[in-house]
Design a protein around this ligand. Structure first.
Ligand code: T1G
Length: 685
């Protein structure tokens, strides 16, 4: 039974038990409704307490039900029964009371939170809005502005903050059941006041704030749900019945939106990505001490990420100066975490972190992560030594971002112990981790990698060995498409602007200037030897680099960065350089609309992602979305390139691929997966 009732004297308990997060499935909604009606009708019961078993109170509606037609009882009806109960209803919150879960609490006549609990209204992160009274009841308790913080940020707040805002009435210690029985007594003796939220006065209007939010949201893409949420909050200054009706209408509008489909897709895709079969087939090796080779940006970032997740860390650099630099970088990150309140001072003081230049220090590590210079010879030499020095049961990982993991593994002499862990910089911030599985990588090593990733708070994605793995493979492909459009007539500034308007945080040229053009230049030079001479090659970026225009760090790249300027400005000399290249190739420039720019880039991403699936480098199409959203800034509100293609209409994407392939088969010759999906009439994800 997902909902049971208990009678303790004159107290009636409604206990929800629907693992893993007590989501409000149809059975839970129906169970709560029936329990409230039954206990309210019982003359022996004078207080009802709603609580949940397991690690958290109700974490929201059951998101899996969103793609199906709504089923009775709808959540607003359950909330109304709680509000309308003649018997006072107290809600006990533990863990994370989110979305519909917090709305059950808001409909209750009093709210008690366990210390350490959190409450939130994150619906807009799923492309919807609170649909069971959250936008009407929370403002009646805490005001429109405080509620907007929850709804617009989508982030939960602590029980203490909620108490300050009037969203909960008490914060207590103990178990949910103890708190429920104590709260019932407090209601009886009058020390815990109960009130119907709906009977409270409407929220104070907040016209200026609402106008400000509307202006801010209108300036950026992917804010459909947020805009509806602001309108729902605005309605909380009117009669509750009207406000609830307005909220429901706006909720249904969001539920039918492509943004909701995209955001819910990526929510589940991120969780699916880490359910690799190796986790079922093998036990992960226990990891407590992590060795990190290299104290540069990546090495120090990885060391900090491991320390922040409670691992002991031994960092090894080539010499003592390098080790000192690496240590200083790590200490800086940790100090920053303490300053931001993300790390307690005593936890910081008790961290086990050593940095030195003696390779033998790695001998007692359970996992060693190599983050040295991106050069195959360097990595092979290191893995040759590591194969000797590391403990026999240690896992050996390379952080390479594109080199052949099988070749590196072979150099270790124990390829079964070797796996790729491709972190994204900064490694202690970026959620994505590509776990690159070599031909000989043992299943328990893969299981270990995914277990470590979870502890690091990463979103891990399985990748096979292939140039660029999943993300860089797609990034290089769409950068090539952008370069070709640039040579054929689009300016780099048009391309960046069109893609930013579509939802990317920055376009490829802004990104290259930000990261440093020299990095891409080195990659292109590395690939020059194996490049297909018949394949079209655009040398514009090389010409920019030959002038030493590497981007922000040199004051100019594709853009000029005047002293103190917030962002780059177009550079007439770059435009002249592009014109020169076009003339040299006899290209007559043509116009590109923003729509064509976006379409060609999206088609390239989808096609290259599908090719990665065809090649077995990506396990499934949804993993491509997880990588692009979490590592490359693909807009979350579009769900990732594969979901965006499904939403745009896959047959149309295939038609465009065939059309574009006429002049560029390298990028656009359709992947088998896309042709198969269109032929079968099924979506990519
Ligand atoms: N519905 C269905 N399944 C859910 C779920 C949900 N709301 N939340 C989590 N799961 C599954 C998840 O897929 C995973 O499954 C398992 O639970 C553990 O989740 C009317 C309409 C609660 C903070 O947005 O933020 O209420 O992979 O891996 O890291 O206004 O889950 O094990 O098979 O994330 O400890 C609003 C979403 C819904 C909360 C726990 N609520 N969930 O994090 O575990 S809309 C949310 C979370 C709504 C009303 C509207 C997190 C968590 P599996 P997990 P976690």
């Amino acid at each position: 039974m997902v909902v049971t009732t208990e009678r303790h004297g004159k107290t009636g308990l409604i206990v929800v038990d629907n693992p893993p997060v007590n989501a409000l499935s149809q059975a839970v909604r129906s169970g709560i409704l029936e329990a409230v009606q039954t206990l309210d009708a019982d003359p022996e019961i004078d207080v009802i307490a709603l609580l949940a078993e397991g690690r958290t109170f109700i974490a929201g509606a059951d998101i899996r039900e969103f793609s199906a037609p709504p089923s009775e009882p709808l959540l607003p009806a359950v909330a109304a029964a709680i509000v309308g109960s003649a018997t006072p209803v107290v809600c006990v919150i533990h863990g994370t009371a989110l979305g519909g879960g917090f709305e059950m609490a808001l409909a209750s006549h009093a709210r008690v939170a366990l210390a350490g609990a959190k409450v939130g209204l994150p619906e807009t992160t799923l492309g919807i809005i609170p649909g069971a009274g959250g936008t009407q009841r929370a403002p009646r308790l805490a005001g429109i502005v405080a509620t907007a913080d929850l709804v617009i940020s989508g982030k939960p707040i602590s029980a203490g903050e909620a108490l300050k805002k009037g969203l909960v009435d008490r914060v207590v210690e103990g178990t949910p059941r103890e708190a429920a029985l104590a709260a019932a007594e407090a209601v009886r003796d009058g020390s815990l006041a109960t009130r119907r939220t709906d009977a409270l006065p409407p929220a104070e209007p907040a016209p200026d704030e609402i106008a400000g939010w509307r202006a801010e949201l209108a300036a950026r893409p992917g804010t459909f749900a947020l805009e509806q949420a602001v309108s729902a909050l605005e309605a909380s200054s009117g009669p509750i019945e009207d406000g609830l009706a307005t909220e429901r209408l706006l909720f249904e509008t969001c539920r039918a939106s492509p943004e909701r489909a995209a955001r819910v897709h990526i929510f589940f895709a991120e969780r699916e990505a880490s359910k690799v079969p190796e986790l079922k087939r093998a036990e992960p090796r226990p990891i407590a001490r992590v060795g990190v080779i290299g104290g540069g940006t990546m090495g120090a970032g990885i060391a900090a990420a491991c320390l922040l997740s409670g691992y002991d860390v031994t960092m090894v650099e080539r010499d003592d100066e390098g080790a000192a630099r690496g240590r200083a970088t790590v200490e800086g990150v940790l100090d920053g975490s303490v300053k931001r309140g993300r790390l307690s001072a005593d936890k910081r003081a008790n961290m086990a972190f050593s940095a030195g230049s003696d390779f033998a220090d790695l001998a007692d590590c359970d996992l060693v992560i190599e983050a040295a210079f991106e050069d195959m010879a360097v990595k092979k030499e290191l893995f040759g030594r590591l194969g000797e020095v590391a403990r026999a049961d240690a896992v050996l990982a390379t952080n390479t971002s594109y080199l052949d993991v099988d070749e590196i593994a072979a150099a270790s002499g124990r390829a079964g112990d070797v796996v790729g862990l491709h972190f994204f910089s900064p490694a202690y911030v970026m959620k994505l981790l590509e776990v690159v599985v070599g031909e000989k990588t043992a299943p328990d090593v893969v299981a270990t990698a995914f277990t470590v990733a979870k502890r690091l708070g990463k979103i891990a994605v399985w990748s096979g060995v292939g140039d660029g793995f999943i993300g860089n493979r797609i990034f290089l492909a769409y950068r090539r498409t952008a370069d070709i459009m640039m040579e054929d007539g689009a300016s780099p500034y048009d391309i960046d602007r069109a893609l930013v308007a579509w939802g990317l945080p920055m376009g490829p040229y802004q990104a290259a200037d930000f990261a440093g053009q020299d990095i891409g230049w080195a990659t292109r030079k590395r690939r020059a030897a194996t490049r297909d001479p018949n394949e079209r090659y655009v040398a514009i970026a090389d010409k920019v680099c030959e002038r030493g225009w590497f981007g922000r760090k040199t004051g100019r790249g594709f853009y000029l960065y005047p002293e103190g300027a917030k962002s780059g400005v177009p550079d007439p000399e770059v435009l002249a350089l592009i014109e020169e290249e076009r003339r040299a190739k006899g290209i007559v420039p043509r116009n590109f609309t923003d729509e064509e720019i976006v379409n060609r880039i999206l088609c390239t991403m989808v096609n290259e992602g599908a090719r990665a699936v065809d090649a077995g480098v990506a396990r499934q199409a949804s993993d491509v979305d997880v990588v692009m959203v979490n590592g490359y800034g693909f807009p979350r509100f579009r769900g990732g390139p594969m979901k965006a293609a499904d939403i745009a209409g896959l047959p149309g994407i295939l038609d465009d691929l065939k059309r574009f392939a006429a002049d560029d088969a390298t990028a656009f010759a359709p992947a088998r997966l896309i042709e198969e999906c269109v032929a079968a009439g099924r979506p990519l994800v």
